[in-house]
Design a protein around this ligand. Sequence first.
Ligand code: ADP
Ligand code: TRP
Length: 321
Amino acid sequence: MRTLTGLQPSGTLHVGNYFGAMRPAVQLQEEGEAFYFIADYHAMTTTHDPEELRANVRGVALDFLACGLDPGKAVFWRQSDIPEVCELTWILSTVCPMGLLQRCHSYKDKVGQGIAPSHALFAYPVLMAADILLFDSNQVPVGEDQKQHLEVTRDLVIKINERYGEGTLVLPEALIPEAVAKVPGLDGQKMSKSYNNTLPIFGEEKPLRKKVMQIVTDSTPVEEPKPTEDSVILDLYKLFAGKEDYEQMVTDYQAGGTGYGDFKKRLWEAYWKFFAPMRERREELQADPGYIDQVLSEGADRAREEASRVLARVRKAAGLQ
Ligand code: ADP
Ligand code: TRP
């Protein structure tokens, strides 16, 4: 069983990314083969400054390693170190109907947000399919928002195998973690960098504390019981605190007599403690810049072996050699 996923290097990672993407990926490296990469070709559709792209790639590598990715267990590389992915993208494009891409929500959403509608933005799902198929991946852990891209990937496998023979490409499955499908942001909507409502995983203590204190609450007076449904404080606290502490907070909500400010302080402490070992690890890693280069370069070598093997099979089937 081979698991593969990609993470875009597009700014500071937040608590939603941690529970929705990083933690499941770290858990899955214990089962079967794990293939994880930093999707820098994808990031070029929205990040146009070379220095920013370079810094973001290093940042996400540091974050992922600090959060528990173990290069001894998982293969970890930077997408652009495997240019074979661009060749497979082209081959897949030749079987990809325009209508399949025209239906993709993520393209329409991004254009709606004001991102220039380039060919790369339009063809983004074909590159993503190539990422997955170049490694004969079986399962792909992604958030709900990427589900349609996995459907496109599966359609392309069926078309390639129809044209060039069964077994040319392997059909992957999406793996969508139900329990953490939607971590709420500071304003109660889904936490997302596009809504500007995130709680980052790493950063300076003071501004992060301020963010927790800014969580939007209702105006229930201190002495009255507080509603436990759809409470951002409680929902986030549940992710960081132990079961008993969480149940104690629910009891205190229902009893009344405690203000939201106190609950936020408890949330802050639980959050800060939860990420403490990862913050420490990140600092250690940051002090040794050569380490990341070495991890990514070794990862690229291993990924490239696999990519060349699969691409040779596809090239042969398609009549390119
Ligand atoms: P953003 O919404 O901030 O732009 P991305 O789309 O880059 O985040 O998501 C990267 C990964 O993190 C995806 O696998 C996505 O499903 C997951 N993710 C993002 N936000 C959340 C959230 N609020 N709850 C759970 N998972 C999330
Ligand atoms: N499009 C994904 C996202 O924005 C990132 C990604 C690129 C990816 N290639 C992938 C995820 C391949 C899984 C598999 O989150």
